[in-house]
Design a protein around this ligand. Structure first.
Ligand code: P6P
Length: 327
């Protein structure tokens, strides 16, 4: 489709007759993100900078914008008749919506909150599942593997407000046109290069990593004189949405691996509304996404807020890291 196609037109072009395409819900999410973008752009002018003085289920201090974004999504999407219920990083329990709804929406309303106060890109991540059971909604309805997603995507609030989504028919990118208020198509069927010279990881945690991650990063750092025989660049924005967006735009590998600071936790990032939606996008764009040893999208979903170790991006790099984990 041509540049300038709106997000709504694009969803329709994918076949709105397909019961598995949550067309109206995707539009509701996009509309909610337009409202969140307005809050983000205002920043201190809207009095939304800083901590809300509360904590979330993750034990993290909630920023005012975390709560505002969460409430915008609940309000905007809760009216959608096709939506049975929602789950959020910011809410301990599920949020029932419409009794006859057929879809489930999971989201991290504002990922990368530590960047809000310093004007660095942040984003909203969303995942959509089908409600597979009849009867009242329960948390179990949400506990589906990543391969069961019918759609996923994110909106990155950066120099541009850009929406990226997939329904399993490729990955497509739209930028918000402030003149018309529409998300306009800028790129269709995005594909990630299988090779890269750029890796993203929080290097301050190096002493806590497991051996396979240390081996991979050491080889990157050894550069052209080392076994990889090429120089690597490193990036770390501390905002998964921004790091994944860069990878979808120019390749790369993103790692938030298990580390020994809290051995009982499999990782920092959350499976249901961070790793699974991003993995769907990355795989649809020809990349790979593992927890070190296994494909993230096939991991069993046991708890709504379960955590996972994440290695995703350019396929040949992810395959190499996986090989080191399986050695
Ligand atoms: P660290 C943001 O809080 C987040 O969940 C991801 O968006 C990001 O990649 C990661 O945590 C950053 O973690 O430990 O580097 O601050």
């Amino acid at each position: 489709m041509s540049q300038g196609t709106t997000f709504t037109q694009h969803i329709t072009s994918l076949g709105s007759k397909d019961a598995n395409i949550p067309a109206s819900l995707l539009v509701s999410v996009a509309n909610a993100c337009k409202l969140i973008a307005k809050q983000v752009e205002q920043g201190a002018l809207a009095g939304i900078i800083g901590s809300a003085g509360s904590g979330n289920v993750q034990g993290e201090t909630q920023q005012k914008l975390d709560i505002i974004s969460n409430d915008i999504l609940l309000e905007a999407c809760g009216k959608d008749a096709t939506l049975a219920g929602m789950a959020s990083e910011e809410m301990e329990t599920i949020f029932p919506a419409n009794k006859n709804g057929s879809f489930l929406l999971l989201f991290d309303p504002l990922d990368g909150s530590s960047n809000i106060d310093v004007n660095v890109s942040i984003g909203t991540i969303f995942s959509i599942l089908k409600k597979k059971t009849a009867g009242d909604l329960t948390e179990k309805d949400f506990l589906q593997a990543g391969v069961d997603q019918v759609a996923s995507g994110y909106v990155v609030y950066g120099p541009q407000t850009t929406l990226v989504y997939t329904t399993g028919q490729g990955v497509h990118m739209f930028t918000l046109d402030h003149e018309t208020g529409e998300f306009l198509l800028i790129k269709e069927n995005i594909q990630i290069s299988p090779d890269t010279k750029e890796f993203a990881i929080n290097m301050s945690n190096m002493r806590h990593w497991d051996q396979p991650v240390k081996r991979y990063v050491d080889e990157c750092l050894a550069g052209v004189e080392g076994t990889r025989q090429k120089d690597f660049n490193m990036r770390w924005i501390a905002s998964m949405v921004a790091d994944v967006h860069r990878i979808l735009c120019r390749g790369g590998v993103f790692m938030y691996p298990w580390d020994k600071r809290d051995p009982s936790k499999p990782g920092k990032l959350r499976l249901m509304y961070e790793a699974n939606p991003m993995s769907f996008l990355i795989e649809q764009a020809g990349g790979a996404s593992v927890n070190g040893k296994e494909r993230i999208m096939t991991l069993p979903a046991e708890k709504l807020h379960q955590r996972v170790s994440v290695v995703l991006g350019s396929k040949n790099e992810v395959d190499l890291i996986q090989k080191y984990h399986q050695a």
